[in-house]
Design a binder for this molecule. Structure first.
Ligand SMILES: [Zn+2]
Length: 503
């Protein structure tokens, strides 16, 4: 069946940079300070004050741009690396200068891409897709208005602490085609920027914000397609909201398209519409139509000198960038024989988790086992204990020792033992002593007799196994393990195979 329509999505992501101070003044860049306590004449826009660029902000932005495979300020008619600051003029109560310092026609970076996994089942396969980046530019954030929504006619308060915070705007090409792809892209951007120390990307605190540009292409019988007018969705305050809003908006646009018999909607009465996402009601609501592009009267900021990024600067930032998530995933697959999914899980948990994994893998000499046991045992424990890997009481060497000594045990026994180690701070030997859970030495003849008993006692499982149901075999393995605590799992599996072959 032909698809009813294709969704076309471009994302504009704003991230606040993790600098100590603001972009053009020395005020603190920190979330949660008392209102208007981090301001000065520069960020308040008082007459006579002059901005000075924060080099650290520029360095962090450059790092992000290089990680996004962007070209650095390569503009025809200008020297390589030449970029400048522009004033974007508009009035808003949280913008005391009446203009925002941003970058207009010569952004410091542009024409990049980011690869994401768009496999239908990302647990099983890796299907790469490159999402184009139109540009990434640096600008200052505005302040924040807080409206009294009690309905009692209270005040609107303006907090200018955020004014002048360094903000990186990353604009993607409309290369995303499903809500899931949009979320995957955002997760990848967030992971990368966190790993690079560029931004903490906390959506609740507003250090990562996202607007989605969405429309749909409806195929026509003659092979062409109709495009609905572009809608920019604002107020997206979680990745989940991004996914829901895109899905809602695509369906809404398709309904509009179907109802539109006079062709007004489909033939672009509006250039672009801005709609806000209402998360509680689960719908977008019209805010304004743009009949033409807004005119911000951009002009070069006369108070700031243009910046020329040198090849040396680019090389220096590249040198300190380290391994990016994408490179890390493929290295983990190549070096340790992990599946793309397992490599993805480790990478998504951050560099420190990967370092822990690599230490364990080296100590036990088996990457797959290290990855599997971390997924089975450590990740659930960390989430129960609300801990980060750095604070995990069992260091990599201790966990490797645990794996070597508990290899033959069942998963339940390992969970129990590790739990004891976490609660009592003991090493694996003392935990085994205290709990009595330890690998038992069984001579193979005795164990084979137990397996034969279990096979004889489970005629249905044997019959199912003969019909090709592998799960039936595991039920016999499970029964033997349960009745004979501490026997080596791998030996039991082999013996069950052998006894089933005879049955
Ligand atoms: Zn300031």
């Amino acid at each position: 069946m032909a698809e009813t329509y294709k969704i076309v999505i471009g994302l504009e992501v704003h991230v606040q940079l993790l600098t100590k101070t603001k972009l053009f003044c020395g005020c603190r860049n920190k979330f949660g300070l008392p209102p208007n306590s981090a301001t000065c004449p520069v960020c308040l826009g008082l007459p006579g004050s002059l901005p000075v660029m924060n080099r650290e902000a520029f360095r962090l932005a450059l790092k992000a741009a290089l990680a996004l495979n962007c070209r650095i300020a390569s503009h025809p008619g200008h020297p390589p690396g030449f970029t400048k600051w522009d004033r974007k003029n508009y009035y808003y109560p949280d913008l005391p200068k009446n203009y925002q310092i941003s970058q207009y026609d010569l952004p410091f970076s542009h024409d990049g891409w980011l690869e994401i996994n768009v496999a239908r089942d990302p647990k099983k396969e890796f299907t790469p897709k490159r999402i184009g980046i139109i540009r990434a530019h640096l600008e200052e954030d505005a302040g924040k208005n807080t409206h009294d929504e009690s309905g009692r006619g209270g005040d609107t308060r303006v907090d200018l602490n955020r004014t002048g915070t360094p903000l990186l705007e990353i604009v993607s090409h409309p290369d995303l085609n499903t809500p899931e792809e949009a979320i995957t892209y955002l997760e990848e951007v967030r992971l990368m920027l966190r790993e690079l120390g560029v931004s903490d990307c906390e959506m609740q605190e507003g250090s990562l914000r996202c607007d989605a540009n969405v429309n749909i292409h409806v195929p026509q019988p003659d092979g062409t397609h109709h495009e609905t007018p572009l809608v920019e969705i604002k107020n997206l305050n979680s990745f989940r909201a991004v996914g829901r809003a895109i899905k809602y908006e695509a369906e809404r646009q398709y309904e509009e398209f179907r109802k539109d018999t006079r062709g007004e909607y489909r033939f672009g009465k509006w250039l672009k519409e801005t709609r806000g996402w209402d998360d509680t009601r689960g719908q977008t609501e019209g805010q304004r139509h743009k009949e033409e592009a807004a005119d911000y009267r951009y002009f070069p900021d006369p108070d700031l000198v243009p910046v020329v990024v040198s090849q040396e600067q680019i090389a220096a930032v590249k040198a300190e960038m380290g391994e990016l998530p994408q490179q890390q995933r493929s290295r983990l697959v190549g070096q340790y024989g992990l599946t793309a999914y397992d490599a993805g899980v480790l990478t998504a948990k951050g560099r420190r988790t990967v370092a822990y994994f690599e230490a364990v893998a080296a100590a036990v000499g088996d990457g797959k086992t290290a990855a599997n046991r971390m997924s089975d045992l450590i990740f659930p424990a960390l989430s129960d204990r609300r801990e980060e890997i750095d604070a995990f009481p069992v260091p990599p060497a201790g966990f490797a020792d645990f794996l070597k000594k508990t290899g033959p045990l069942s998963k339940q026994d390992r969970v129990h033992l590790l739990g004891h180690m976490l609660d009592h701070g003991a090493d694996v030997d003392r935990a085994m002593e205290a709990t009595g859970i330890k690998p038992q030495t069984f001579d193979e003849g005795t164990l084979r007799a137990k397996v034969a008993e279990a096979v004889a006692a489970n005629p249905k499982a044997v019959a199912d196994f003969k019909k090709g149901k592998d799960a039936a075999k595991m039920s016999i393995v499970g029964a033997v393990m349960k009745a004979n605590r501490g026997v080596p799992n791998d030996v039991v599996r082999r013996l069950v195979d052998e006894e089933l072959a005879k049955a």
